[in-house]
Design a protein around this ligand. Sequence first.
Ligand code: FAD
Length: 342
Amino acid sequence: NDDIIETDALIIGAGPVGLFAVFELGLLDLKCHLVDVLDKAGGQCIEFYPEKPIYDIPGLPECTGQSLIDNLQRQILPFEPVFHLGQLVSALARRPDGRWDVTTDAGTRFNAGVVVIAAGSGCFTPRRPPIADIEAFEGRSVFYAVRSIEAMRGRRLVISGGGDSALDWTLNLAGVAERVTLVHRRDQFRAAPDSVRRMQELAAAGEIDFVLGECRGLEGADGNLSRVRIAANDGGEIAVPADRFLPFFGLTMKLGPIADWGLNLDENRIAVDTEAFETSVPGIFSIGDINTYPGKLKLILSGFHEAALMAQKAFRILRPEKRLLFQYTTTSTQLQKKLKTA
Ligand code: FAD
C-alpha cells in the first residue's frame, strides 16, 4: 500500500531525547520518522521553558531550552528526519513479519522496523474545568487554546483563569472581541505582574469586565453557547451573555494511548532494561522521561545516553546480517561522511 510510510525507526515524541535518537540511529544508517502531538518539536524544553537557562548539558555551560532544541535540530539535519507534527500516535500493532504498524489520529500509517517511545510525560492535555456538559460545547464554543485571533473578532468572550495564558489572551483579545469578561476566583494571579496591572487598568476604564468568582454552567443549544453562569464571590449568581468560553487552567500530562499497548508499566512509566532500554516487548524501546529503571534520573543527559544504547540494539534487530563496528565521530571518516563534515 503506497499510503503506508516505511521506516527503520518510528520515534514517538520529538522532545530533546527523541531528537537525539535520530542522531544515534543516523550514525548507524538507520532512518527515522518522528511523530509529536504538539505543533512543534522540542517537548518540555519548548513548551515549558524556551527562555530559561539549562546548566547541566555536558559541554554546554549554559543554554536555553530553545537554543538546545535549535542545536539538536541542526545536529540531526544530515540524517533527514521526517516530522509528523500535530498528530497523536494512537495505535500500535505487530505485523505478521515482526515489524510494527503504527497509526496516528490523523490517519498517517507507518510500517516500522522498531518503535522508540520518547513520549516524556505523555501528552499535554488542557485541564478541563468542572462544569457539567462542557464537552457538548468543546470545539464549537469552548476552546482551550486560541489558534486564530480573527476567529474571536466581534465575539462576546468569557475567559477564565489566573495564569499567563488567561491574562495574555484577555489583553490581546480586548480590542478584537465585542466584549471580554475575565473570571477568576481570587484577586491574586499567577501571571506576569505587568499583565495583571494592564488588565486592571482596562477593567477600571470599563473596556473589559473582571468578575471575581467561578464559572459554574454553560447555557445554549447544539454546542452554541449563549450565556455563562458565574457564581460570584460576593454570593450572587450572574449569567453573562457569551458566544465563546475560553478556560485556561493549565495543562496536565496523560500517558494516553500508550497505556493500552500491553507494555509493562510502573506507575505510568514504561519499564525498560538498562542494556538497551528495550521494553517488555522486543523491538519496542523507550527512552527519556517516559521510562523507568532502577536509578532512573529524569534528566536530558540520561535520555541522551539511553538513545545511544538503544540505537545499538535497534541496529542488531534491523540489520541482523551486518556487523556493528564501534567508531568515534572524531576519527572515523565514514561517520564524518555521513555527517557531511569530511
Ligand atoms: P519531553 O520533552 O516531555 O517530550 C516528549 C514529547 O512526546 C512531547 O513533545 C509530547 O507532546 C510527545 N508525545 C507524548 N505522547 C505522544 C503520543 N502518543 N503521540 C505523539 N506525541 C506524543 N532537565 C535537565 O536535564 N536539566 C534542566 O535544567 C531541566 N530543567 C527543567 C525545567 C523545567 C521547568 C521542566 C518542566 C523540566 C526541566 N528538565 C530539565 C527536564 C527535561 O525537560 C526533561 O527531562 C526532558 O524534556 C525529557 O525529554 P523527553 O524527550 O524524554 O520528553
